[in-house]
Write a protein that binds this ligand. Sequence first.
Ligand code: PXP
Length: 247
Amino acid sequence: MHLGVNIDHVATLREARYRTMRDSHNAEPSVLAAARTAELAGADSITAHLRADRRHMQDADIDALKNGISTKLNFEMGNTPEIVSIALRMVPDFACLVPENREEVTTEGGLDVVGQLEALRRTVGQLQAIGTKVSLFIDPEPEQIEAAATLRVNMIELHTGTFANVAPGALRDVEAKKLADAAVLAHEAGIQVNAGHGLTTENLPDLWVVPHLAELNIGHHLVARSVFVGLAEAVKEIREVMDTYPQ
Ligand code: PXP
């Protein structure tokens, strides 16, 4: 199982202090240095989200990552003309299309693939034409997966936020079952199954009822753990739990 490390919140930390003076030679922490640290500790890819409002990652960060990492870049992106044209120029290894609202603190729900089928079809086609493998971030709902299959995407990323944020026990198990059913459906349609959002060393074992998981994308927990143990150790901790995935 591959680990994608989302380092948006390394940029969030820098922006908290240096938003108005990014050119300062003091500006830290370095997004690229964080990515390389994560890679050395066991990340298989680096995920970064260039939001329309540039609240964390900046265009220069994405360029630095594209040129400086030694694994793969997973470009998380809203389906807007500006961001799509940046992706088409940059040619990331992977692109994960996500919904984006200005007011949200983080990506709140999956894409409405059913409702945006034609707009997504165009972008998926453009990205695949340049050799980028495309993923759609979606809730574990059968109709969304069926719609994703009609777009011939390479991957879906199942939104695990609801699963992750409910209390452990019966409620979490219900959410895990939805994710498991969705994973089976996607796998049968020939789509690679990834998952992400809110995943931690605590909740991962409860996710292991979900079959066919090829990749997890994890961000906040790793950056939060870094405060206490450092990023390399945080990545190693999550890898250790990932190694217990039964399939
Ligand atoms: N996958 C997607 C599509 C996301 O939007 C995010 C959050 O940026 C993540 C994974 C990582 O979520 P978290 O930061 O909660 O681990």
